[in-house]
Design a protein around this ligand. Structure first.
Ligand SMILES: CC(C)(COP(=O)(O)OP(=O)(O)OC[C@H]1O[C@@H](n2cnc3c(N)ncnc32)[C@H](O)[C@@H]1OP(=O)(O)O)[C@@H](O)C(=O)NCCC(=O)NCCS
Length: 160
């Protein structure tokens, strides 16, 4: 199992993150600031980003959850897995859970997803989690593909 800072030292993992890929000597500091941000977000909003843990081993394998954007009054779903765990459907499973919790437990009305144009795997995860591509946009000073999903409407006449 790699620690969070070691996962952030892998340039294939961080190549599509804002300011990525991270240099070896900056990755640990960035990982610390990211975790501090996640903790503050939980304290301020009551929801946020979780550690993703493999059920069988209990190992930390990444992060996934909901993050309030600094640049807009919107909440994004985000996810990152350590490389050995790619390609097993785990990011899709985690992102779907985060979206469900965002709508059902947190009560959000809309969740967005931002990916670099070349990050095709991430765009597949967003699509499979129910988000749709809306437009190209600029966030964090970089060009991104902007995906979104609105909270499913409640039908008061629905029997089930
Ligand atoms: C993006 C990431 C989370 C995907 O995790 P994952 O667990 O491998 O994703 P899943 O297995 O749930 O699904 C990935 C989908 O992308 C597809 N995919 C994977 N790599 C791909 C590639 N290089 N090109 C095109 N599609 C790709 C898979 O085939 C799958 O789609 P499918 O089910 O239609 O076949 C993972 O690669 C990662 O952590 N990357 C680094 C961090 C990152 O970029 N996070 C997102 C920032 S916006």
């Amino acid at each position: 199992m790699r620690r969070h800072g070691e996962i952030f030292s892998d340039q294939l993992v961080t190549q599509y993150l804002p300011r990525g890929p991270f240099k070896a000597d900056e990755a640990l500091g960035i990982a610390r600031r990211v975790i501090e941000h996640f903790i503050t977000h939980w304290e301020d909003h009551g929801f946020g980003v979780w550690a993703v843990v493999e059920k069988t081993s209990g190992d930390l394998i990444g992060q996934c959850g909901l993050n309030t954007l600094a640049e807009a009054p919107e909440t994004e779903v985000l996810y990152l897995l350590d490389r050995p765990y790619w390609g097993r459907g785990l990011a899709t499973e985690a992102a779907r859970s985060a979206v469900d919790i965002g709508f059902q437990a947190v009560g959000l009305h809309r969740i967005v997803g931002l990916t670099m144009p070349d990050n095709v795997a991430s765009q597949r995860v967003l699509t499979k989690a129910g988000l749709r591509y809306e437009r190209d946009a600029t966030f964090f000073g970089v060009n991104v593909r902007y995906f979104a999903i609105n909270r499913p409407s409640q039908n008061p006449n629905h029997d089930g």
